[in-house]
Design a binder for this molecule. Structure first.
Ligand code: UT7
Length: 349
């Protein structure tokens, strides 16, 4: 059986820097509040003229493919994770396949929000281990800036998110002591509405609330998205932040320990932990709970905010560029977010 290695990794963030003070032009917030509660100083927002989730993913993918020393034609499967796709459907996987003029290979879209990278890596790992594919392109990209409520009403959500993308090429290896050791995925749908974007959607909650028993012709055309839903801000993400926070600080350490124990390791054996960059305070809590040293944890949320599916691979790509990960290092990646879904992956780099 093969093991999965990251043969090339790259990331792309938009040039446009948006500081906490820039946000005060739109909503009642402050640099002090945002830094104290989240650790975020600035984030990147996509160029409004044409930069999309897919185009950012393409830029990251080009870097990953170049670093792996292969060409677009060598890619035999695409996995694309995002919660902010260019279209409701089809997903970004096929848009990337078209933009990069790739062969007619499979393109799978992953909808696991903050856990997108860990879920995607786990799926890719199964294909690689069994010898099904030899060069999987895994892309994570988010363009949040187009879909946030920038009024004071949405400030608890909007200040934490940023745009960006990362990609990696996954290959099989039989080299001793390298590759993905295990992945661990979890969910708890009881909390689905705690962090969610409800519209557009097929759930009809809006209509049930209006007590509409029989939909007439006009309503038929408005069920998916109506003017009233927009007036009520139902097209923006909703989050009960404190509830997410409380659950995250329990599930992060739990799922990291699950990965370590499965492979006979303890926290002190880790060379690097890359937690999903949701909130610096969550990452610090996890670090403290596992008694990890500063050099064992990599965070970059101060500069990029929370880029959801892209946050772990952007951090991984940066850490690798900075020489903070060497061949053979024990690296753990862990995520928790909307769904709730959470998971971890442990690998020897
Ligand atoms: O990656 C996806 C998963 N998401 C997460 O992991 C997020 C987890 N949660 C969090 O990171 C935190 O809950 C937030 C950073 C989102 C919010 O921080 P908090 O300390 O939990 O604040 P809160 O929502 O309890 O709000 C406290 C106060 C409220 O005012 P009152 O009612 O006490 O007067 C809010 O209205 O802070 C107010 N507030 C703000 N004030 C200034 C909320 N957002 C802001 C803001 N600026 N941006």
């Amino acid at each position: 059986m093969f093991k999965t290695v990251i043969a090339g990794i790259g990331h792309y963030v938009p040039k446009n820097v948006f500081t906490n003070n820039d946000l005060t032009r739109y909503m009642d917030t402050s640099d002090e509040w945002i830094q104290e509660r989240t650790g975020i100083k600035e984030r990147r927002y996509a160029d409004r003229t044409g930069e999309t989730t897919t185009t950012m993913g393409v830029e990251a993918a080009k870097m990953a493919i170049e670093k792996a020393g292969i060409s677009n034609n060598d890619i035999d499967f695409i996995i694309f994770a995002t919660l902010s796709p260019d279209y409701y459907f089809p997903g970004c996987g096929v848009l990337l396949q078209r933009a990069m003029k790739m062969n007619e290979v499979g393109a799978l879209d992953i909808r696991n929000q903050c856990s997108g990278f860990v879920y995607a890596l786990s799926v890719a790992d199964q294909f690689i281990k069994t010898g099904t594919y030899k060069n999987i392109l895994l892309v994570c990209s988010e363009k949040h800036s187009f879909g946030l409520d920038f009024s004071t009403r949405g400030r608890n959500v909007s200040v934490i998110f940023g745009d960006g993308a990362a990609a990696c090429v996954l290959q099989p290896t039989q080299e001793e002591g390298r590759g993905v050791l295990s992945t661990h995925l979890h969910s708890d749908g009881e909390s689905a509405e705690i962090l969610a974007m409800f519209n557009p959607g097929t759930h009809a909650n809006h209509w049930l609330e209006q007590k509409v028993a029989n939909f007439d012709d006009a309503e038929m055309g408005e069920m998916f998205m109506s003017h009233q839903m927009i007036d009520n801000a139902q097209n923006f993400p909703n989050m009960d932040g404190p509830t997410v926070f409380k659950k995250a600080v329990v599930k992060f350490p739990e799922v990291i320990m699950e990965a370590l124990e499965k492979n006979g390791y303890k926290p002190s054996d880790l060379n690097l932990l890359i937690p999903h960059q949701a909130n610096l305070r969550i990452a610090q809590f996890v670090q403290q709970k596992l008694q990890l040293k500063d050099e064992q944890v990599y965070n970059n949320i101060e500069r990029f905010g929370n880029t959801t599916a892209a946050s772990i691979p952007i951090a991984l790509s940066e850490a690798s560029e900075l020489g903070k990960i060497k061949k053979g290092d024990l690296v753990c990646m862990a995520a928790f977010g909307s769904g709730f879904t959470w998971g971890s992956a442990l690998m020897r780099w």
